[in-house]
Write a protein that binds this ligand. Structure first.
Ligand SMILES: Nc1ncnc2c1ncn2[C@@H]1O[C@H](COP(=O)(O)OP(=O)(O)OP(=O)(O)O)[C@@H](O)[C@H]1O
Ligand SMILES: [Mg+2]
Length: 372
């Protein structure tokens, strides 16, 4: 798929901007702080309902404005669609498809698909497990948009179970009656049921991604691998939803006493990690800066390979990545992404963008975007 038109109102630094886009490569060039990343961040938001650099929507709304609007015309094969999201920080966001009446924001998932490369990706390798869980969950949602519902169910059940555990912990501390544990049993089952579905999807994704990541790393840094992705959970070795469900229940039973003492859920997909191994060692804590970068890029390239292989080709977004790479990796990355159906590149310095990425050029300055 590709975006044929992007339109923003009160998004980040933009009061209003209209950007017609072609398939193939588009490069957005401009000095620091002019709004290049803001543009591609908006495209990414349509694909994930989140930003790659803000954990809430508030910073996405232009200072002083009440709401932001992100709208895109999208073409997939012969089909054209218009998606629109209205961001209302602190209140429910709204969404529309083809100007019709409102749909839930999550109903727009799957219309715009992106794989976004950004300097923030280094945190995939060097950062906390939460970064890698988010990577996995965004990918499972890109593969199967209905997983957005499963993810939000899981979060809801987890919150409710934690509330229950907290009140149990309080009751204990104040010497009150111990709580009726049958209620907790019910929440255990809910959590294990939804958790098993999430886990099954993550495990399937990791297995599918593994050979693609290894191949991508070899292309970026020949001879530097192999890379291996190891999913770490409370139910190692379990596969299939039923086994995962039983495994999660058993794991919860084992830690129930600590959970009641601490008032939080200690096992489940929200505590898992994806261990990224380079050779024999985990990349986190061991890999060099350049190796970590190559690893992060390899994960994104693998994601691109996977999504493209499963049908609907995603838009590739390369936000400011070339400046971070040495000349050889720059060329290799550029060659790998150049054939993409649509590739959006941002750069502060035009010369950083390799020649194979010739295409449309846009100048970005002070909240306006002009085709050069
Ligand atoms: N909610 C907001 N309201 C108004 N301005 C904002 C908002 N969020 C960000 N900005 C402004 O947008 C600018 C950053 O834009 P952006 O990150 O797109 O820059 P860039 O062109 O990608 O720069 P660089 O080359 O440094 O990456 C900053 O000047 C910032 O102050
Ligand atoms: Mg930027």
């Amino acid at each position: 798929m590709h975006v044929t038109h992007l339109s923003l109102a009160d998004f980040r630094s933009y009061a209003r901007v209209e950007v017609p886009l072609d398939p193939g490569v588009s490069v957005f060039v401009g000095a620091n702080g002019q709004g290049k990343t803001n543009l591609v961040e908006a495209v990414g938001y349509l694909a994930t309902l989140g930003s790659h650099r803000a954990s809430s929507d508030a910073p996405l709304v232009r200072m002083g404005a009440e709401r932001a609007i992100v709208r895109a015309a999208v073409r997939q094969g012969e089909r054209s669609q218009l998606v629109e999201l209205e961001l209302n920080p602190g209140r429910a966001n709204r969404a529309r498809i083809n100007r019709s009446s409102q749909v839930r924001p999550r109903d727009v998932l799957g219309i715009v698909r992106t794989v976004l490369f950004a300097p923030e990706d280094l945190a995939l390798v060097k950062g906390d497990p939460g970064e890698r869980r988010r990577f996995l969950d965004e990918m499972i949602t890109a593969r199967s948009p209905r997983m957005a519902g499963v993810r939000s169910d899981y979060e809801r059940v987890l919150r409710q179970r934690n509330t229950l555990l907290k009140s149990a912990a309080m009751a204990r501390r104040h010497g009150g009656r111990s709580m009726d544990l049958s209620t907790l049993d019910v929440w255990d089952q809910h959590l294990a049921r939804v958790g098993a579905e999430l886990l099954a999807q993550r495990l399937d994704l990791v297995a599918t991604l593994q050979p693609l990541a290894d191949k991508a790393y070899e292309q970026l840094a020949p001879g530097g691998g192999p890379v291996a992705l190891e999913y770490k959970s409370a139910v190692p070795g379990a596969h299939g939803r039923e086994a995962l469900y039983e495994g999660l229940l058993a794991a919860m039973a084992e830690v129930r006493k600590q959970e009641i003492e601490r008032g939080v859920t200690l096992v489940g997909p929200h505590r898992d990690d994806l261990v990224l191994k380079l050779g024999e060692l985990p990349a986190k804590g061991y890999a060099s800066h350049g190796e970590s970068w190559s690893y992060a890029l390899a994960l994104r390239l693998a994601s691109y390979d996977l999504l493209r292989g499963e049908g609907n080709e995603p838009v590739l977004v390369l936000d400011d990545v070339f400046a971070e790479l040495d000349a050889r990796r720059r060329e290799r990355l550029a060659e790998l992404v150049a054939p993409g159906e649509q590739v959006l590149v941002t750069a502060a310095v035009d010369d950083d963008v390799p020649g194979v990425l010739a295409g449309a050029r846009y100048g970005v300055a002070e909240g306006s975007v002009e085709r050069l």
